[in-house]
Design a protein around this ligand. Sequence first.
Ligand code: 7PM
Length: 281
Amino acid sequence: MNSLRCGHKTLDLGRPAIMGIVNVTPDSFSDGGHLFSNSQLNISKTLQLVENMLLWGADIIDIGGESTRPGAVEVAPQQELDRVIPVLEAVTTRFDALVSIDTSTSAVIAEAAGRGASMINDVRALTRDGAIEAAAESKLPVCLMHMQNQPKTMQLAPTYGDVLTEVLDFLLLRKKHCLEAGIDSSQIVLDPGFGFGKTLAHNLSLFNAIDRFADTGHPILVGVSRKSMIGELISLKNTDDRITGSVVMALMAAQRGAKILRVHDVRETRQAIDIWESTKF
Ligand code: 7PM
């Protein structure tokens, strides 16, 4: 099936889906806490961003309350709950939108599933205590992402023998654990985890092998939006200058078989994908 079952809703993957990033952390790397003032989340600004993303053609909104940028320290489960759940509630009350929750924490998975979340997106691939069980219980689709080490240390010295084999093997092992926990195979999305414990060379090896990930039969999610790999390729230090590069790489990822594109710049990415789709006959 070319779709994911998200509770009462469905995410169609017949064409590449666009996932709009909404970071509700005060220190996110590329959207620098612009939803915050006096370290307080501005909920009306957040809803405005979500409304715009939906108008611009986002298929799903990804809400995250833990910063996973390189060097970031972990947040307490209660703090993550306090950040994410009110935003989820506000978004689902106001809009008939699909919302994925970017979390590794079992309590957040369980609480979000009970309050209308449509998907679980875990950069730790459900490795934390209780996460896999909470996800299985929710019956929601899960995105399993590869990361080497933890955010605090992942970019210090990323090392692989064969990066493609290691990342693929990890994801297929996590898939096996998910199946054993009762998660339906058709609900599993895989993600190579660009920028998570990877050098530029590692990222490019994985990017050029997206088709190999797609060969697993699982929908592939790709998140390269405004990341340093784009800055490194064409020397752009400022994340605001990486929009064109991000759009180009999202389109290239889709052409290599990615089915979900996790992006900051929904309008620009939607246009690129729609142009590509329109040229097919
Ligand atoms: C460095 C790496 C800085 C990542 C900032 C980020 C992904 C994700 C994030 C991804 C999935 C950001 C992030 N990236 N979830 N969450 N895939 N599935 O761009 O690539 O906000 S966090």
